[in-house]
Design a protein around this ligand. Sequence first.
Ligand SMILES: [Zn+2]
Length: 137
Amino acid sequence: MSPIPKETLEAYLDDALSDAETAEVERSLRDSDPMRKQLQSLMRSRDRGEHSVGAIWRRHRLSCPSREQVGSYLLGAMEADAHDYVQFHVETVGCSACLANLADLESQRAEEPAQAKTRRKRYYDSTAGLLRPARNA
Ligand SMILES: [Zn+2]
């Protein structure tokens, strides 16, 4: 993939690109660590008012990973690059939509082991109930 010129990144931050161009920049950001670093430093250099990191990424909801991706991130089951991207998106940018997704998935995951334990116990009880009379006989 051809590198995205700095001017294009500037235009991206200014919301001055077409949808297709924006999608291309987003794709590069997902795939390239140097690109993300470049964008990050660009953001930092102009981090004020409507150009604050949060404001920009709120406008670019496009760049949000899917819920499945957030789930994979939570499980540590992502490619390193994709993991970095989600980490950047969630921790550096602090995207509230994805943080909410993450918290939701985390609480779901916390419930799962408890449910599994209940299921195992129920299975054990029914098995013990079946075996006991046999052993006492
Ligand atoms: Zn997001």
